[in-house]
Design a protein. Structure first.
Length: 126
């Protein structure tokens, strides 16, 4: 099966040896997104709510570049440096997703790139 690299300037450019997303058949694997603002490649300024919104915005941009949307997310992984923010993730997520919600995991981690408090990756089924 052929792999297609998905890339957009509407989401942060890769800051390592990875692609923003890879499409294989009807499945798209989105790399982890932290709250980087695409235009500046700097962290979004504001509280955790602002950071979570930026991550969903970044994921949405990559999903759209792949020909899909957040409605096509089958699996979402959420990584938080403080699990106390989990209820906030649920609250903000409800602004981007409707039922049926994707399968999801939420994992507490010690640290994330660039000092981010949140990172998410996703799998889309187109």
């Amino acid at each position: 099966m052929t792999r297609q690299i998905i890339s957009t300037d509407q989401a942060p450019q890769a800051i390592g040896t990875y692609s923003q997303a890879i499409r294989t058949g009807n499945t798209v694997y989105l790399s982890g997104q932290i709250p980087l603002v695409p235009e500046t490649m700097e962290m979004a300024q504001g509280d955790m709510r602002v950071q979570i919104h930026q991550v969903f915005s970044n994921l949405r941009a990559v999903a759209q570049a792949a020909g899909g949307s957040l409605a096509d997310v089958a699996k979402l992984n959420v990584f938080l440096t403080d699990l106390a923010h989990f209820p906030l993730v649920n609250e903000v997520m409800a602004e981007y997703f409707s039922e049926p919600y994707p399968a999801r995991a939420a994992v507490g981690v010690a640290a994330l790139p660039k000092g981010a408090g949140v990172e998410m990756d996703a799998i889309l089924e187109l």
